[in-house]
Design a protein around this ligand. Sequence first.
Ligand SMILES: Cc1cc2nc3c(=O)[nH]c(=O)nc-3n(C[C@H](O)[C@H](O)[C@H](O)COP(=O)(O)OP(=O)(O)OC[C@H]3O[C@@H](n4cnc5c(N)ncnc54)[C@H](O)[C@@H]3O)c2cc1C
Length: 534
Amino acid sequence: MAENSYSTIVVGGGIAGLTAAVFQAQAGRKVLLIEMNEKCGGLVNTFNRNGFRFDAGVRALLDAGIIFPMLKNLGAELETVKSYVSLGIGPDIIHIKTIENLKDYAGLLKKHFPEDGADIDALIRIIRRIMKHMDVLYGIENPVFKDLKHDLDFIFKKILPWFPKFLFTVRKINRMKTPVETYLEDIIKNPALRDVVAQHFFKNTPAFFALSYFSLYLDYFYPKGGVGTLAETLAAKTGMLGGEIKTGRRVTSVDPASRFVMDDLGNIYRYDNLIWAADLKKFYAISKTDHLAPEVRNKAEETKARFLQHRGGDSIFTLFLQVDLPPEYFSEKAHGHFFYTPLAEGLGETHRRELDVLLERFTETSREEVLDWLDRYIRLNTFEISIPCLKDPVMAPGGKTGVIISLLAEYLLFKKVEEAGWLPEFIQEIEARIIRVISGSVYPGLAGHIRGQFSFTPLSIEHRVGSSEGGITGWAFTESMPVIDRIQIADRSVQTPIPHVYQAGQWVYSPGGVPMSILTGKLASDKVLKQKAG
Ligand SMILES: Cc1cc2nc3c(=O)[nH]c(=O)nc-3n(C[C@H](O)[C@H](O)[C@H](O)COP(=O)(O)OP(=O)(O)OC[C@H]3O[C@@H](n4cnc5c(N)ncnc54)[C@H](O)[C@@H]3O)c2cc1C
């Protein structure tokens, strides 16, 4: 095979691309992974700033019957610790370690919403039911990572008894696809309570997915050294198995008729099969379809049009703080993964109608009006707070603490502010408000101990990993999803209309996220392995 010719090329070194590449290398294929950043990992990434190690994207991981079976299959080691979650409203904080803590959650909600006890009990019953469904869904190691030909025991003792339960559960789940906001209207009368329960989920998240959160809280783990260690482990294993990784180069054009890709340095790489593990709008934007057979070209154009009509899901604003307070100051309050709502009033229309109006009339809205909205948005919101050194002490210099605070953020708002020319000031205003709210509530006096701060916006996410609208788990939830959204046919999600081109990652299956990105990476690799080379 010529020097720049590969059996498989994977574009995008996020967790999906790394998974695809490592399994291609394991199968002995000549594989090249091309990543535009200097480091692989995408949204599963840990970086160093002044001795503090921060997670840039996802804060902790969920096995979901996927990550550990994958590592076992690869013979790869990953040292992990449990990542416990705390939940807080105002001064009241509960710590989640077992399913028993669901009672504490009910107590927490009842303390702040004493009139709504019956509705809270109904909610807890639903969460309990969903947790049972989750136990079935994730109850066995995902068969995709097992060698089924040689593991008859697994087939007879695990898959066969599990499968009918799985089908039953999937039927139940499919009945809970209503957006969580709408679903909760039938259960909880008080809009403020509904908000406090659901305001930190993406808009229109399917109810089942959103309300499975308590299961997630129980199952989070944290790789020692940060979540990025998982990506580094896969990258190292790819190299050990003979795969090649080229970083710091962006693929700028794909010619699927002649089967080559070109990077921004002008290099051409030929492939037998391509796995695209990055944004799909970008893939269709840079793919030359004119030389494809007419029926293939038409299907590719239809797919492109379908994707262009949809937008990436909600994005996120993240503030990183370097604080000269010891970890004990923080561990006395909460675990290293903490969902905190300072006020039990709920966001109300702040993130719905008020935001829509703000965006529609942005050019006629003064800066003061935008900041006034921002005040309410931050005061009433729910924050995801992650403190890496409470999970692994090496993540911060001795006696100091790195704190990561994030909240959902609307990409279009940042875009409009940028176009209006005051993005740096807007970012400062957001940072100042978050610090004021957190310092004035759960971590009193924090503001006086901050020695360094910076933040990532939806625009930085778009810029860093090339994801449309800064989306972090793929497409926005709408009635018509442009990709597969049913688990029983997830294997089809990796196919494209173009021969020898497969797709993987957050943009190919909905709802996305780390486990599904890994799963689709493996499924795409499996499809390629079923293809004859050439
Ligand atoms: C703050 C935050 C919190 C999150 N929390 C959770 C959570 O709790 N649970 C969960 O499941 N998920 C969570 N996620 C989402 C999850 O991290 C992502 O959905 C997942 O990591 C996506 O992986 P991916 O490989 O599909 O895509 P990405 O990570 O986006 O990787 C794509 C890669 O392709 C590269 N690339 C793009 N274009 C090109 C090109 N033209 N040429 C070469 N390279 C290219 C990019 O640089 C990137 O490395 C969170 C994300 C963030 C940011």
